[in-house]
Ligand binder design. Structure first.
Ligand SMILES: [Mn+2]
Length: 335
């Protein structure tokens, strides 16, 4: 397929012409998306945050958080025994043409980019950006798939379903409310994982309950264990025809993901996050995914960007296994 290869191979991960995700080919013309299975899209915007900005720098940091190098990429996943790039055609569609200080123009550009990926028959994986981009991301995928239904599994410390935040309707705390009210997704097709802390208010939970949302508080994960909770999430995610995975990095404990605008202590571990994402990609399949709220200015030793990068690799590994139609085959010791 067309597309520009951005390095010659054999270079260290930090070298070469440019940082596409894992140095997959860069695509700039939507016509060149044809034939791709998965398309990486950056959404470098953070005008909608209620606390610390910085997620506009997320896409670049995530793309650069790659240590293996090499192009065409080879990333054999030892936990499942598959190299996603040997199975899937993955390209990087660069960043949506966001407009600094213009939320609506940025969201329109993100929606267009995701729509173009969907129109090419590929799965978009969007690198945020603050969580307000779930509105164009999920909205575009839902619109493309309609009348089939799109479900949403939403990993987050925060429910992001408020009617407004500080009086602002288009906020990173409101995308789920907007999506449900507009009819893009139905409340009973939404599953939230990892909620904790002190926001939103009880009336927002009451609204979510009235819409049929399901959620698994961090407290439940602590009591029952992540794998047991994920068994239910997988079953719940199968209720809709297709699945969008929205992963707010702040669902992870700030010890594993300090580089985010609204951290909340007491979250899931990196290990739990990686397994959960891989399971959903493999066992349910993904029509779209986003990783949001990676804010490099607050990161330490790039650990948050690294985790976000690996979450995408785990999703790709799960999708590759699913495409092959086989179970994970870990590289186990021979003795
Ligand atoms: Mn969020």
């Amino acid at each position: 397929m067309p597309g520009m290869t951005v390095n010659r191979g054999g270079e260290p991960g930090y070298a070469g012409a440019g940082a596409t995700f894992c140095k997959v080919p860069l695509v700039l013309d939507p016509a060149d998306l044809a034939g791709a299975d998965v398309v990486i899209v950056g959404a470098p915007t953070d005008e909608a945050v209620s606390n610390r900005p910085g997620a506009r720098f997320g896409p670049r940091a995530i793309r650069q958080a790659d240590v293996s190098g090499g192009s065409p990429p080879s990333r054999p996943n030892m936990d499942v025994g598959v190299d996603p790039f040997a199975v899937l055609t993955v390209v990087d569609y660069a960043d949506a043409r966001v407009v600094p200080a213009d939320k609506q123009a940025s969201h329109d550009a993100i929606r267009r980019a995701v729509e173009e990926v969907c129109a090419a028959g590929a799965v978009p994986i969007v690198l945020g950006g603050d969580h307000s981009i779930a509105h164009p991301d999920v909205g575009a995928v839902a619109g493309h798939l309609s009348p089939a239904t799109l479900g949403l599994v939403h990993f987050d410390a925060h429910a992001d379903d408020a009617p407004e935040v500080y009086g602002v309707r288009l906020s990173h705390g409101t995308p789920l409310r907007l999506l449900v009210e507009e009819g893009a997704i139905r409340g009973e097709h939404i599953v939230q994982v990892g909620l904790r802390g002190y926001w939103p208010d009880p009336e927002d939970f009451e609204w979510a309950r009235s819409q049929g949302f399901r959620w698994h508080l961090m407290e439940e994960i602590s009591e029952r264990g992540m794998d047991a909770v994920m068994d239910e999430v997988v079953a719940e995610a199968r209720v809709a025809d297709h699945l969008f995975l929205s992963f707010d990095i702040d669902v992870c404990d700030p010890g594993f993901a300090p580089g985010t605008g609204t951290p909340e202590p007491g979250g899931i571990t990196a290990r739990e996050a990686l397994r959960a994402v891989r399971r959903l990609a493999f066992e349910v399949g993904l029509a779209g995914m986003e990783v949001v709220e990676v804010a490099p200015p607050y990161d330490s030793a790039e650990i948050t960007a690294l985790l976000a990068h690996r979450l995408v690799l785990e999703a790709l590994s799960g999708l590759a296994l699913r495409k092959l139609g086989r179970e994970p085959a870990p590289e186990r010791s021979g003795v």
